[in-house]
Design a protein around this ligand. Structure first.
Ligand code: PDD
Length: 291
């Protein structure tokens, strides 16, 4: 069986055991965080929301002026090969593209060859017990830059936020600007109001355009839920009927406590359950890469 120790990645143009893979010290990803990434879920041998993830990857690359090294079909072939070579039934595919290798200087040459890294992670995303029990979260100030819509590998603010969450013994940190929740450190934030409206921020430079969000909102529209894309405050979280977050690495997690205070009903609510079940049903209709 493939394990974390024996997994195979696609590193700078070749499938290589991850344990043997190396990246030059002069890689701009290492020196400057000059790159972007994607995280795509694999559930029961299926690549989840793959097309939208690759579209967002292309957009992130374009926004920072790196030429996309591959067309979408080639990316998908590489991802599928990672799934097969690692017998990855349930987990994540991580893709990173950096601007490439060059002498350390802020200014970059236009013609660098981007560094591509793809590897699997074996965390069974959709089987988190938190989906049933609900999670506790904390809030803290959003310390990030002004282009949070780019899935940049410069993640220091989120690293610190996640560490604070871990120190507090909770699953996630939601970041705030003033009284407003921007998003989770690695997730999109939602509330369901007492009136039954599903509220999440509209897309802007202040948040990542979550792919799970995109699919969840499609499902919500299909189910004739009233979706309102607007910012919401900490106070609205405490007043909400339901609270939850989504990401490729967790799919969807209900929130039952924020900053030590209970929120919602103390368990997953009916809107959350319906959206989660519909999402998972849709996943099970996707093509299977490995059995
Ligand atoms: N992060 N917002 C932020 C800041 C994120 O980092 C993520 C995902 C999301 C959710 O996006 P999506 O539904 O496309 O996964 C929202 C990934 C999982 C990560 O960094 O590991």
């Amino acid at each position: 069986m493939t394990t974390e120790e024996t997994r195979v990645g696609y590193i700078r143009g070749a499938f290589t055991p991850l344990a043997d893979a190396t990246i030059p010290v002069m890689d701009r990803g290492f020196l400057f965080g000059d790159g972007v990434y994607e995280v795509t879920a694999v559930i029961e041998g299926r690549l989840v929301d793959d097309g939208p993830h690759l579209t967002r990857l292309a957009r992130s690359l374009n926004e920072i002026g790196i030429t996309n090294p591959y067309p979408a079909e080639k990316w998908t072939q590489l991802e599928e090969e990672i799934v097969r070579r690692n017998k990855l039934q349930n987990g994540l595919i991580y893709i990173q593209v950096t601007r490439g290798v060059a002498e350390r200087a802020f200014k970059y040459a236009d013609k660098l060859e981007p560094t591509v890294v793809i590897f699997p992670q074996f965390s069974p995303v959709q089987y988190s017990p938190l989906t049933k029990t609900g999670a506790s979260i904390i809030t803290l100030p959003d310390l990030r830059w002004a282009r949070c819509d780019i899935k940049s590998t410069s993640l220091l603010a989120q690293v610190l936020a996640k560490h604070a969450a871990s120190q507090a013994g909770v699953a996630e940190a939601w970041m705030t600007r003033g009284e407003t929740i921007t998003e989770g450190a690695s997730s999109t934030a939602y509330i369901v109001t007492q009136a039954g409206d599903l509220v999440t921020r509209a897309l802007s430079h202040e948040t990542l355009p979550g792919i799970t969000r995109q699919t969840i909102l499609q499902i919500a529209h299909q189910r004739a839920l009233n979706v309102i894309e607007r910012p919401f405050t900490r106070k609205e979280v405490f007043d909400a009927a339901e609270v939850f977050y989504t990401s490729a690495s967790t799919i969807a997690i209900p929130v039952v406590e924020m900053d030590g205070t209970p929120v919602g009903s103390g368990k997953p609510g009916p809107v959350f359950d319906a959206l989660y079940d519909a999402y998972m049903q849709a996943v099970m209709t996707l093509p299977v890469i490995i059995f």
